[in-house]
Design a protein around this ligand. Structure first.
Ligand code: ADP
Length: 376
């Protein structure tokens, strides 16, 4: 994760020249009110009021330049003539105001979607996608209206796992209709790109791809949208955490991942951006032998529960390492669907009950902490 700071922004701005005075905008003291917070950058460019309209292209150019920096989520640049009249303070306020408007609009809710949860992991290969798919199906089996968004744009796996082929259609040329299987609405970059196309994503592209996949899609009415995040705790995860109104996050980890503290990074990232962590799921917790049915405790099973305690975070449940979980997902019919009455489906459904309860808790708390307007 890149933490952008003021110095980095100023360094980039130092290379920008005012087309009228031919001076650097930083060295000429034209940059004011610079604020950098959690990837959101805002500042004002002081201009002579007489030159205002001519400076608009410069403003746009500078905004684009800053937005393209790694770690920048939003860039807001305003032109101001305040300095000429001797007041620098209002320009800072103006920039701050625009910045907060920007942030507010960036996290506007998704219409019709009651809650959004992110499924994250400290690193790849721990079963995050498998867990996301089965959790979504288990929530649905428990009676919820569910969507599943594959935000893993580098290695989208939901089309295969959810057994969906083809491409989403658009009825109005603007909004894509979500794909659907087993009663769950699904959206994935995998539907939109050719299978073997190597994708080279740059920071801003990742941000807009994720936002579009979330916002320019008709999800219909949903109780829960489950978002399968890319593995790790980099920019894409941070973008999701900040640009999307997440209700909470679920961390998937294996016992050895817990031991290696990878899960902790995920947890800390969400805490840093004030997204409630609903809890930890331990995947590949113990081994069910396909031959004899014997259960072996591998990799110090139970580590997640203990670690969750230490981190003051809830433990949502454990899923065994079972070959059926892998084969059924590979075939496009995850275990919750293909063996709905089996023990494994029960594990997922129990976790889904826990998760749904936590979502209700967060929503109820938000409701009570939102100031209400009382008309007497
Ligand atoms: P991630 O999304 O964390 O990279 P995946 O969900 O793609 O991980 O899982 C990695 C591999 O492990 C896949 O082959 C998947 O089928 C398998 N897998 C995941 N969870 C389990 C499990 N509980 N038991 C057996 N195999 C599993």
């Amino acid at each position: 994760m890149t933490d952008i700071n003021k110095e980095q922004v100023l360094k980039v701005l130092a290379g920008v020249v005012d087309p009228i005075s031919k001076k650097g905008i930083v060295s000429a003291g034209m940059v004011s009110g610079l604020q950098v917070k959690d990837g959101h950058v805002a500042f004002a460019i002081e201009v002579d009021p007489a030159n205002g309209p001519q400076m608009e292209p410069l403003r746009k150019e500078v905004e684009k330049l800053v937005y393209a920096m790694a770690g920048v989520l939003t860039a807001t640049v305003v032109l101001t003539a305040e300095k000429a009249s001797g007041h620098t303070q209002p320009s800072q306020q103006q920039a701050a105001q625009q910045q907060s408007q920007h942030q507010a609009s960036a996290i506007s809710p998704l219409p019709g979607v009651r809650s959004i949860i992110a499924v994250a992991s400290g690193k790849g290969g721990v079963g995050k996608s498998t867990t996301s798919a089965n959790l979504a199906l288990a929530l649905s089996a428990n009676g919820k209206k569910v969507g599943l968004m594959d935000a893993d744009i580098y290695g989208p796996s939901m089309p295969r796992m959810m057994g969906i082929t083809g491409q989403p259609v658009s009825n109005d040329g603007k909004i894509l209709e979500a794909m659907e299987n087993y009663g769950v609405k699904v959206m994935s970059m995998g539907f939109l790109i050719e299978d073997d196309t190597p994708m080279i994503w740059r920071g801003p592209m990742v941000q807009s791809a994720l936002e579009q996949m979330m916002r320019d899609v008709n999800w219909g009415e949903l109780d829960v949208l489950v978002v399968d995040l890319p593995p790790g705790t980099g920019d894409a995860q941070l973008t999701m955490a900040q640009r999307v109104p997440l209700t909470g996050a679920v961390i998937v980890s294996t016992p050895q991942d817990i031991a290696l503290l990878d899960a902790r990074k995920g947890l800390n990232m969400f805490r840093k951006v004030n997204v409630p962590v609903l809890g930890i799921i331990e995947n590949m917790s113990y081994f069910n032998c396909p031959q004899c049915g014997h259960r072996s405790e591998i990799f110090s099973h139970g580590g997640a529960r203990a670690e969750a305690d230490r981190l003051a975070c809830d433990f949502l449940g454990e899923i065994p390492l079972d070959i059926d979980i892998r084969t059924t997902s590979d075939k496009g019919s995850p275990i919750v669907i293909s063996q709905p009455l089996g023990e494994l489906a029960k594990c997922y459904r129990a976790i889904a009950i826990e998760v749904a309860g936590k979502i209700d808790d967060v929503l109820a708390e938000r409701e009570t902490s939102t100031p209400k307007i009382i008309i007497q």
